[in-house]
Design a protein around this ligand. Structure first.
Ligand code: CO
Length: 135
């Protein structure tokens, strides 16, 4: 299990880049607008090339990310763990009593699979499980 990304919800990506790009010195790879999910995402890879920081800025009010920001303010949104077999990992978590939020992994645009585990199941941290495409 590896960290794929750490996601931080922010009010404004340009403001947050002053902190994470300009002050911390992380490189900005790209900013993507994802209208389907109601977010703009900035991707800032760490130097080892295996994981990245994602800054999430909500672009509509009716999404989970927007509600998180309204309720809790800026901060850590989720931790994404890369696993080799997402179905087996999710089944094991469910068997251990954790609240896995999807019955089946969602499949992203590149064929990657992902799903979420409720933060109440993981000591307050929303966990995303991720499996690389083609694995
Ligand atoms: Co994520």
């Amino acid at each position: 299990m590896k960290i794929d990304h750490v996601a931080v919800v922010v009010k404004n990506i340009d403001e947050a880049l002053k902190t994470y790009r300009d002050a911390f010195g992380l490189a900005l790879a790209r900013v993507e607008d994802v209208p389907a999910e109601g977010v703009k995402i900035a991707f800032l890879p760490f130097a080892d090339g295996n994981s990245e920081l994602e800054l999430l800025e909500p672009t509509r009010a009716d999404t989970g990310v927007a509600k998180f920001l309204a309720k809790r303010g800026e901060g850590l949104h989720h931790l994404c763990l890369e696993v080799a077999n997402i179905e087996a990992t999710a089944a094991n978590l469910a068997a251990n009593g954790l609240d896995v939020l999807e019955d089946e992994p969602r499949v992203g645009s590149n064929g990657q699979k992902y799903l979420f585990v409720h933060p109440k199941s993981a000591h307050g941290v929303l966990i995303e499980l991720y499996q690389k495409p083609g694995k």
